[in-house]
Ligand binder design. Structure first.
Ligand SMILES: NC(=O)c1ccc[n+]([C@@H]2O[C@H](COP(=O)([O-])OP(=O)(O)OC[C@H]3O[C@@H](n4cnc5c(N)ncnc54)[C@H](O)[C@@H]3O)[C@@H](O)[C@H]2O)c1
Ligand SMILES: [Zn+2]
Ligand SMILES: [Zn+2]
Length: 365
């Protein structure tokens, strides 16, 4: 089958014919219908973050189950349409049993080995072993993944929506639904109007936050943010971001969601908080990136800074809820979709992401 392979960081992905083994016990073979162009893959392409290479990228996808390995739970069957998840849960580790499944130990197994949940790979080319990306690797015609990495998608939810739900949407909406508290009638500031930030805007709109202020450098993205529920936008390209935010919310904001992943924007988010306010950091940066926070401002104004991975979600519960909200017309996810492109155009799609493409591009292999 064809797959987009990262062989060396800083170089384009190569579209190659690779071998995909049959699914092992507890695994499924999925024909990929749609795969979202998330910035996280780009961090690995550029060298911001590292993983075992060569690697088949893609972690935001959906498809149809074509076969099921022996010894599964029976929870999924051939023909099911599924969304792929890059944070599976074992159900047994201390994080799973204490209600924090995005921190499940299986996530580390996938990230460090480049394998599936047992640490081994189903991807190869001749004698060469290829690695999986976060147990998903959906920039390909098919994937083999664990049953624990899929959630069944209801009829009526298109493949592209199911795909973006599995990363951008659950990350951004989840940050609001699972981390932000008492948002109705209170201010939320979102940095970054990419797929993740705009999902946070939809979440903020859903819970009745007001004002909803969005910061980006790109006017077209800010227009889309307003369509999705932003009440105010701040163009960061001219500087003076915190001053512009404080003109809109003179006391500062109750909540700030940082979905860019840069020290400067995280710092601006912190400075924009009202006393007692919280920054929810969602954007990822280069592995060694750090941010300076003024100690006394942290203490005397009781500000808080917390991280949120995968929407701090319980994906087996939260993804079906997101699909229901979409079908009820409460989350306008269709408006988040950008271009649809074939697998061959994956590098061009990432060039456009870096240059500022509006809406989530989806690859249709
Ligand atoms: N925490 C998680 O679980 C999780 C999940 C998915 C993605 N991410 C990370 O979230 C970040 C956003 O992902 P995405 O796919 O939405 O990316 P994206 O590239 O689509 O969006 C990023 C946005 O930030 C804007 N931006 C860049 N510099 C800026 C600045 N100085 N001020 C204001 N805006 C600026 C860009 O114009 C763009 O609109 C990435 O770092 C990604 O790796 C984290
Ligand atoms: Zn676990
Ligand atoms: Zn992602």
């Amino acid at each position: 089958m064809r797959a987009a392979v990262l062989r060396r960081q800083g170089e384009p992905l190569t579209i190659e014919d690779v071998t995909l083994d049959a699914p092992g016990p507890g695994e499924v073979l999925v024909r990929v219908e749609a795969a979202g162009v998330c910035h996280t893959d780009y961090h690995y392409m550029t060298g911001d973050m590292t993983a075992p290479l060569p690697l088949v990228l893609g972690h935001e996808g959906s498809g149809i189950i074509e076969s099921v390995g022996q010894g599964g739970t029976g929870r999924v069957k051939v023909g099911d349409r599924v969304a792929l998840m890059w944070r599976p849960r074992c159900g047994e580790c201390r994080y799973c049993v204490s209600g924090n499944p995005v921190l499940c130990v299986l996530g580390r197994v996938q990230a460090t080995t480049g394998g599936l949940l047992d640490g081994t790979s189903r991807l190869s080319k001749g004698t060469e072993q290829l690695h999986h990306f976060l147990g998903v690797s959906c920039f390909a015609e098919r994937v083999v993944t664990s049953e624990r990495s899929v959630v069944v998608v209801p009829d009526g939810v298109p493949p592209e929506i199911a795909a973006i739900a599995g990363c951008a949407v659950i990350t951004g909406v989840g940050a609001v639904l699972n981390v932000v508290e008492n948002a109705a009638g209170r201010s939320i500031l979102v940095f970054g109007a990419g797929g993740v930030g705009l999902s946070a805007v939809m979440g903020a709109s859903l819970v009745g936050a007001n004002p909803i202020i969005v910061v980006d450098m790109d006017a077209a993205k800010l227009d889309l943010a307003r369509e999705l529920g932003a009440t105010h936008t701040v163009d960061a390209s001219g500087g003076g971001v915190v001053e512009q935010v404080l003109e809109i919310a003179p006391d500062g904001v109750a909540w700030a969601i940082e979905a860019v992943g840069r020290p400067a924007t995280l710092r601006q988010a912190f400075s924009s908080l009202e006393p007692g306010g919280t920054v929810v950091a969602v954007g990822l940066g280069p592995v060694d990136a750090t941010v300076d926070i003024p100690i006394n401002e942290l203490v005397q104004r009781q500000k808080r800074l917390v991280g949120s991975l995968y929407g701090s979600a319980n994906p087996r519960v939260d993804l079906p809820a997101i699909f229901e909200l979409y079908q009820a017309g409460r989350l306008p996810l269709d408006r988040l979709l950008g271009d649809r492109v074939p697998l061959e155009d994956v590098n061009a799609a990432y060039d456009r992401l870096a240059a500022g493409s509006v809406g989530r591009t989806v690859i249709v292999p």
